[in-house]
Design a protein around this ligand. Structure first.
Ligand code: KG4
Ligand code: ZN
Length: 347
């Protein structure tokens, strides 16, 4: 069975084709991605209306590219999957509308996918795929969650952020340091030249005893610290700026690692899966690798280029849901989107 996946929830248009054979893990045949980041950089963040319009421009050329790279024609697609939520309403409507129109014209069924489930299952696309059950650390621009995952569609929320997401903490701190949107990758590159112990920043909820996160206070502490430092905090080449970046990253990473290890310990799980854009962070990976090796826990990541939003994870999640019998693809083309959609509400 061949499943086409379309992602358009935020500022990346992604299209991919996966193939399933029996119960074996679905195989990625091809995928294509267009990132709008450059367009949004001029505004310091994503402009929803511009995002929607650009998805419209990109989605069909990307689909053609995916089909031609896979050497498959559209009539050989069995199911068209799309991101139904959460995300920007207008952006979601583009992918959903195109997916439903395409499927209707081909006489094939459609399947709406939860964006976070896409991230969660994206490590199954890597050579070192995990096995159920596991603890998942979902760290993206909009979400920070720890989940217990017992199988496809069997997700129990263990803890989540009560305010900003980890990606947001990276992005907002990076903005204070004069780095372009989205600041996570830039901040982490800058941090490599800095001293992580240079500035004392808070580790919010580190000892709260639960698995919740809070990053809003950290952002305020970074602001206060940058005001104390003065212009050097956002001057290219200033050692203070690199030190502030390293100290900020150290605070975020320490909390993420500590809570992940607590989740593993309290549930007795021996496997951790990291997903979402912040999962690309090198320091986070290094520290999780070290902590997991010590605790004899296997840790899995998506391939670096599949950490941030992409179509492959949407096609993959759809394929795995179909294989598990968690959802049927339906030839019903009236669609809705769910801009807000907690993952644990997914059956
Ligand atoms: O998963 P994602 O592509 O989009 C959402 O669904 O939100 O995640 C984007 C987030 C942004 O906040 C970005 O700054 C962050 O992931 N990010 C990183 C890195 N690469 C992406 N944060 C820290 N270090 C990185 N290397
Ligand atoms: Zn995402």
């Amino acid at each position: 069975m061949r499943i086409l996946g379309i992602e358009s929830s935020c500022d990346e248009t992604g299209v991919a084709l996966v193939e399933t054979t029996g119960d074996a893990l679905p195989r990625l045949l091809s995928h294509a991605l267009y990132s709008q980041i450059e367009m949004h950089q001029a505004y310091g963040g994503v402009v929803p209306e511009l995002a929607s319009r650009d998805h419209i421009r990109r989605v069909l050329p990307l689909t053609r590219q995916v089909m031609s790279e896979a050497g498959v024609s559209l009539s050989d697609v069995d199911v068209v999957a799309y991101t139904r939520g959460p995300g920007l309403a207008g952006a979601l409507l583009v992918g959903s509308g195109v997916a439903c129109a395409l499927a209707a014209s081909l006489g094939k069924p459609v399947l709406g996918v939860h964006h976070l489930e896409g991230h969660l299952l994206s490590p199954f696309l890597s050579a070192d795929a995990p096995e159920f059950p596991f603890i998942a650390l979902l760290v993206s621009g909009g979400h920070t969650q720890l989940m217990r995952v017992d199988g496809v569609g069997r997700y129990e929320l263990l803890g989540e952020t009560i305010d900003d997401a980890a990606g947001e903490a990276f992005d907002k701190s990076a903005k204070l340091m004069g780095l372009p949107y989205p600041g996570g990758p830039g901040l982490s590159r800058l941090a490599e030249q800095g001293n992580p112990a240079a500035y004392k920043l808070p580790r919010p909820l580190l000892h709260s005893g639960d698995l919740d996160f809070s990053f809003a206070g950290l952002k305020t502490a970074v602001l206060t610290q940058s005001q104390k430092i003065g212009p050097a905090a956002h001057t290219e080449g200033a050692p203070e700026r690199a030190d502030l970046a390293a100290s900020t990253q150290a605070a975020i990473v320490e909390v993420l690692v500590k809570k992940s290890m607590t989740a593993l310990k309290t549930t007795g799980m021996k496997r951790l899966v990291v997903a979402g854009g912040v999962g690309a962070n090198r320091e986070l990976r290094a520290q999780l690798n070290a902590a997991c090796a010590k605790a004899q826990v296997r840790v899995h990541y998506p391939e670096l280029h599949l950490c941030t939003d992409n179509g492959a994870m949407i096609a993959m999640a759809a394929a795995m849901r179909l294989q598990a019998g968690a959802q049927q693809a339906e030839a019903r083309y009236s669609f809705d989107v769910k801009p807000r959609w907690p993952l644990h509400e997914l059956a």
